[in-house]
Design a protein around this ligand. Structure first.
Ligand SMILES: CC(=O)SCCNC(=O)CCNC(=O)[C@H](O)C(C)(C)COP(=O)(O)OP(=O)(O)OC[C@H]1O[C@@H](n2cnc3c(N)ncnc32)[C@H](O)[C@@H]1OP(=O)(O)O
Ligand SMILES: CC(C)C(=O)C(=O)O
Length: 566
């Protein structure tokens, strides 16, 4: 890179528009959408779509709700010409959809283009020529007048040919290609001349499309350019003012949004931002941005995964996993504080209330996506995500302090593996940590008996490979089991939840215990069809786990249970 880039690049000059209106406006309704997936999108592919893929994409665009679709550049290839013929001859075009085709402002190309549309019910003929200084001087070698004359004579030819195909309702679209790099007064002069030549009847409109063929400035500059044209074009009431943003600076969506504020009635773009270089503006993001502001965009993305699948198969280009709204990872949170907030947000979100789930600008369900992949767990995750996954997949609801305790075990696992863990792995870890905590004392069975007013228990256990029976009494089975275990532990909290339903239902008991000399508390868990057995298993689990924490201070179990019968 250059030390002084200003020796090679210069800043884009601002537009003289002191009383610009667009910054104070808001978007209140969707634009007329025009999909150019089958033209600008198609011309940017390694391998342009064949007829079958074009048809698949066309049908999907119709299903999404596009009413204007640029289907081809018919003079460029036989495939494109034949595709237009196929759509017309096979009756593929619904009555409320208008197809559009593009041609350079060159006589033989225009003739072929008009020929491709023979028999169409309604069609938009889109003619373009570049108008900026570098094109006038370097590419065409033409003066301003010659560039304007080229546009006007091309429109005249379209008008003549249209008159000879009266079965079709014709709409003219004209684009001063490289508009953003064109002097505004010259762009207006050419567009005014085009409209005058077409001379729409009262009530008729011409589409004037102002492309940022290459995005050369900040989106506010594009908005200024659009507002200037909006305010200065002649016969504005007979013009549909259209924009065609590209994304060279990564601000195609912002440019389109600001252009709408500035007076654009119509937006051309491609699904997921396919298109030349860094792409055309992404119409999906634009539409869903509107949706999240409470405005229905008039396009249906309620099964966005299906739209993505069709787009990927037709273009043979992958969609980035972080692409807005559609990427595989956009409804996924890895970091702990995000997971925690999302989980809490989902818990309180009411179906009929305004959407307010943190970190989620849209409800994934509205786009046909599920909550399953919302929370994933890796080394950046905290208790919230772990608890959410175990809850949603296994129905396990852990008390909050237990979530904190268990997340330490999860952290060890993810730090060790450096990888994401799924719900299944979390459940295995939970089982190993709590349900299978059987050292040194393994629960084998129990019998409860009446001991006067109290509850007695004979607990069959295996201690270091030796089976034995230990006994205790208490006010209930849990207290009796604590007594049988002969450890100075106190039960601090106890929760029992049912897991599963019907014949598969089981009880999950979670017990928190504390012991003198051991800081804090420790949890144990037990699962069984019987609620009592689950709680006794839980206390054995908790006792084993706190014993591990007590470490070298522990009295050996052999000593502890020396008098117990084998
Ligand atoms: C920004 C955009 O996306 S515009 C759309 C671009 N898409 C495409 O071009 C896709 C399909 N295009 C093609 O297949 C070919 O370009 C064709 C068939 C249309 C034309 O092919 P060719 O006649 O061989 O011309 P070529 O592609 O080399 O274009 C260059 C010529 O067209 C002229 N030209 C380019 N654009 C225009 C225009 N809009 N109006 C008039 N002439 C133009 C150039 O000045 C040049 O003329 P020259 O040969 O006399 O110097
Ligand atoms: C033909 C025009 C609209 C175009 O594709 C562009 O300028 O990007």
């Amino acid at each position: 890179m250059l030390k002084n880039p200003n020796t090679k690049y210069s800043a884009f000059p601002p537009v003289a528009l002191a009383d610009r209106q667009w910054p104070a406006r808001t978007i209140t309704h969707p634009p007329i959408w025009m999909s150019t997936d089958l033209r600008d999108g198609n011309q940017a592919l390694f391998e342009p779509m064949d007829a079958a893929r074009k048809l698949r994409m066309f049908r999907k665009l119709v299903a999404i709700g596009f009413k204007e679709i640029e289907v081809a550049f018919p003079s460029a290839s036989q495939t494109d010409f034949d595709f237009v013929r196929h759509l017309i001859e096979q009756g593929e075009i619904p009555d409320d959809v208008t197809i559009e085709v593009l041609s350079q402002a060159r006589e033989h190309l225009i003739r072929r283009t008009m020929e491709s549309l023979r028999g169409a019910r309604r069609a938009i003929v889109h003619i373009y020529n570049a108008t900026s200084p570098v094109f006038r001087e370097t590419v065409f070698g033409m003066s301003k007048d010659e560039v304007k004359a080229l546009a006007v004579s091309s429109v005249r030819l379209v008008k003549e040919l249209a008159a000879s195909q009266p079965e079709t309702e014709w709409v003219l679209q004209y684009s001063p290609e490289t508009f953003t790099a064109t002097e505004l007064d010259f762009a207006k002069e050419v567009c005014d001349a085009v409209v005058a030549e077409w001379d729409p009847r009262p009530g008729e409109k011409v589409i004037i499309n102002l492309p940022s063929t290459v995005e050369v400035a900040m989106p506010n500059v594009y908005a200024d350019q659009i507002e200037w044209m909006h305010r200065n074009l002649a016969r504005r009431d007979q013009i549909v003012l259209s924009v065609h943003p590209h994304n060279d600076r990564g601000t195609g969506v912002a440019a389109a949004e600001m252009a709408m504020l500035a007076g654009a009635d119509r937006v051309e773009g491609c699904l997921f931002g396919n298109g030349e270089r860094t792409g055309n503006v992404d119409v999906v993001t634009l539409a869903l941005n509107m949706y999240t502001q409470g405005i229905h965009p008039g396009l249906d993305f309620s099964d966005i995964n299906d739209v993505a699948r069709v787009a990927e198969e037709c273009t043979q280009l992958p969609i980035h996993p972080r692409h807005p709204y559609v990427g595989d990872l956009v409804f996924t949170a890895f970091s702990g504080s995000h997971q925690d907030a999302i989980k809490k947000g989902f818990e309180v979100q009411q179906a009929d209330a305004l959407w307010a789930v943190p970190y989620m600008p849209v409800d994934p369900a509205d786009l046909g996506r599920t909550y399953d992949s919302v929370i994933r767990v890796n080394s950046q995750s905290g208790k919230g995500g772990v608890a959410h996954l175990l809850h949603t997949v296994y129905g396990l609801v852990m008390p909050r302090r237990m979530q904190v305790e268990f997340s330490t075990a999860v952290q060890c696992l993810t730090d060790e593996s450096g990888q994401e863990v799924d719900a299944h792995q979390l459940w295995n870890l939970f089982s190993r940590e709590y349900l299978e905590a059987a050292t040194p004392v393994r629960y084998m069975g129990h019998h409860l008996y009446e001991a006067g007013e109290r509850q007695g228990i004979r607990l069959e256990v295996e201690v270091n490979g030796r089976c034995m029976e230990i006994r205790g009494e208490g006010n209930g089975p849990v207290e009796a089991a604590v007594a049988a275990l002969r450890m100075p532990i106190r039960v601090q909290s106890f929760e029992e939840r049912s897991m599963g339903e019907g014949a598969d239902a089981a009880a999950m008991a979670m017990i928190e215990v504390a012991m003198e000399g051991v800081a804090g508390s420790t949890f144990g868990a037990g699962m069984d069809r019987s609620t009592v057995t689950a709680s006794i298993r839980a206390i054995v689990s908790a006792a084993n786990r706190i014993r591990v924490r007590e470490g070298s201070g522990a009295v050996s179990v052999e000593t502890l249970f020396a008098d117990c019968a084998a």
